[in-house]
Design a protein around this ligand. Sequence first.
Ligand SMILES: Nc1ncnc2c1ncn2[C@@H]1O[C@H](COP(=O)(O)OP(=O)(O)OP(=O)(O)O)[C@@H](O)[C@H]1O
Length: 264
Amino acid sequence: MEQYNLSDRYITAISDEKAITTKDLQVHYGANHAIFDANLEFPRFKITSLIGASGSGKSTFLRCLNRMNDKIAQVDGQILYRNVDINSNKINVYEVRKHIGMVFQRPNPFAKSIKENITFALKNSGITNKNELNERLETSLKSAALWDEVKDNLNKSALALSGGQQQRLCIARSIAMRPDILLLDEPASALDPISTSKIEETLKNLSKDYSIIIVTHNLQQASRISDYTAFFHLGHIIEYNKTVNVFTNPKMQATEDYVSGNFG
Ligand SMILES: Nc1ncnc2c1ncn2[C@@H]1O[C@H](COP(=O)(O)OP(=O)(O)OP(=O)(O)O)[C@@H](O)[C@H]1O
């Protein structure tokens, strides 16, 4: 692999309102330093893609943003959300996850009905009013572009849905909690092209109301759907800019080599 000077980087400042910001974020898995000095600002109501080769730290970084690494890694530095450092040990991580939701690579619906997949966490968080539960059920399934396909079968098992439908259900489950930020870790990598394009269209629509940060290996997908892109290399964020610039006019050699397919 080509050696690059990892202290060279091009990180653009965001002029839009910010959804979340990391300051000097460092992540260690034991002796393995997985993320170095990550300073990034994510805009509100936009889609930001995290790209980079396997093992470059994209998922590790993403998981920090809603404290999913707490039990597996040492995470130092600040994560500022609404002027609060949510990386502080005084913060209730369950509250953080109500504001910052996560969708994983493999669809992971509960072995329950479609309806219960949406209402389970809502009920656990104290929402018991039937009208409110039904309203959230319908609006979240509509936002995830699944309502028309399932509205007559809400009591059917979620496991009977196709992979693409299950993933849209997981997106609906996440947004039913009305988070501000939606984190997605390669949400379409296990899906066929038609389901992938439905997910992409869904995310584009959701970005009117949510700030979205997505890890993807699919460079076409990043360039199709995201407003900003961050390029990770060996745990360093080498370049962060508007997506169009990252793909058509990258500032760093490492970025150019990656987006043009010169290294894997
Ligand atoms: N749970 C874990 N325990 C120990 N080390 C881990 C763990 N998860 C990731 N790592 C290490 O952290 C580094 C970054 O991995 P990470 O999965 O974040 O990269 P990635 O860019 O998301 O890769 P991929 O695209 O393959 O998912 C790698 O060195 C990896 O081995």
